[in-house]
Design a protein around this ligand. Structure first.
Ligand code: HAM
Length: 419
């Protein structure tokens, strides 16, 4: 066996897994397009500065998780750890705002974060997501939340919870952060070292800390941002909840949900499912009205979400028992029959739209029949010397075990008429 292995936190997708991935990919593309979203694909790496400026220099992603390096030309580059900043970069680079006041974009792509790998958390992982750039209105936020929710509903994901909050506009942030610092003054020294360092640099990131003791202390003492948002922002939040109520989408207001990236303003949301275990976030998103300006564009409102594909697939819970559905396994009994068997397999694929697998290992009849059973074929065709001489082939229904001989020239018609 070779000593080469996948890098920690990355994984191969073998044919059985790719089956379900392809179905998921296909569904996502069609749902996004049905909802009026156009696909965007950005490069695997960008200037590191895009993420530092976009996501925030005190976020976990930027401080601990980015794969970045200086290339031979002295450029500081990073494998993309998220897609909102690259999508905004592309939106600005291609001056998309000039062609239309609203752009609905979606993606399905690989991302890279140097996190501690565990179930549902990889170092290379895939996301699908959507960004609507141009509308400031709450119906756009509600569209985004319902789009994500309905995708999961379409996959019949159970035990879902939509958590929703508003962190208000960027203008309230400096005053709120001062008040937050003030509210935790008495317990500051009890927080972990990372939290202590964050109090001055970016106190909102305190809420991202995974340390349970820190969260307990914040629960008891910290002033929550929802209490500080403006009347206008309250009204925005209210309309979102009204639309969700109207659509019958259940949600709960989580007033500690600030999300771990600095570009958010106003709405933040996550969809979780208890069936995922510790890494229970199916997706997360929110409004980011300041990011376009932050990256050099005109002030432009925007909202989006991104969802982990591995987590969706874990939630679908089928990837381990998903076998390649073979319709027909074609068994043949002698070398001379191989060209005929190959032609029959080809004709069936072309004319019946079936998945047909032809034996190519020249195994014994018994071994071929075992293989037909193993790959879950619903029908086995057996081309024997005797049958071939009669211009016939045996067709066996694997569920009932019934078999009959069919004239070779009628096989396509027969298969097409079999449900
Ligand atoms: P995020 O919360 O960092 O948001 O990631 C979104 C989703 O990606 C998570 O809810 C999770 O399902 C999945 N995910 C994140 N990290 C990993 C990992 N290491 N392994 C597997 N899955 C992971 C964003 O990325 C924002 N760009 C979302 C957004 C779009 N906000 C506005 N627009």
């Amino acid at each position: 066996m070779s000593n080469f292995r996948t890098i920690k936190g990355t994984h191969d997708l073998l044919p059985n897994e790719r089956m379900i991935w392809r179905k998921v990919e296909h569904s996502i593309h069609s749902i996004m397009q049905q909802n009026g979203y156009g696909e965007i694909r950005t490069p695997a790496f960008e200037n590191t500065e895009l993420f530092v400026r976009g996501i925030g220099d005190e976020t976990d992603i930027v401080t601990k998780e980015m794969y970045s390096w200086i290339d031979q030309g002295g450029n500081n580059l990073a494998l993309k750890p998220e897609l909102t900043a690259p999508v905004v970069r592309a939106y600005l680079q291609h001056q998309m705002g000039n062609t239309n006041p609203l752009h609905r974009l979606y993606y399905f792509d690989a991302l890279f974060r140097r996190e501690r790998p565990q179930k549902g958390r990889q170092r290379q992982f895939y996301q699908f997501g959507a960004e609507a750039i141009g509308s400031p209105n709450p119906e756009q936020d509600a569209e985004m939340i319902s789009l994500a929710y309905n995708i999961y509903k379409g996959f019949n994901i159970q035990n879902m919870m939509v958590r929703l909050n508003s962190i208000g506009s960027a203008e309230i942030m400096p005053a709120y952060l001062d008040n937050l610092r003030h509210s935790i003054k008495s317990i500051e020294h009890e927080l972990c070292k990372i939290c202590q360092a964050r109090i001055e640099k970016n106190a909102l990131r305190l809420f991202d800390c995974k340390n349970p003791r820190c969260q307990e202390l914040l629960d008891e003492h910290a002033l929550l941002i929802f209490e500080s948002i403006s009347d206008e922002d309250h009204a925005h939040f209210k309309v979102i909840t009204q639309i969700l109520d109207e659509m019958g989408i259940p949600y709960s207001h989580d007033n500690k949900l600030v999300r771990g990236l600095d570009y958010y303003s106003h709405t933040t949301f996550e969809i979780t499912s208890t069936i995922l275990g510790a890494q229970d976030a199916l997706c997360g998103g929110g409004r980011y009205n300041g990011l376009i300006e932050q990256l050099g564009g005109k002030p432009t409102p925007a909202v989006g979400f991104a969802a982990g594909v591995e987590r969706l697939i874990l939630a679908i819970g089928k990837q381990n028992n998903m076998v390649q559905p073979v319709d027909i396994y074609l068994v043949h009994m002698s070398q001379e029959l191989i060209p005929t068997a190959a032609r029959i397999a080809n004709d069936l694929r072309k004319n019946c739209g079936k998945t047909v697998v032809l034996e190519t290992l020249r195994r014994s009849m018994k071994a071929q029949m075992r293989e037909a059973g193993r790959c879950g074929a619903t029908t086995t065709l057996i081309l024997g010397i005797e049958e071939f001489a009669e211009n016939k082939i045996i067709i066996k229904d694997m569920a009932t075990g019934n078999q009959e001989k069919i004239v070779l020239s009628e096989i396509i018609q027969f298969v097409n008429n079999t449900p």
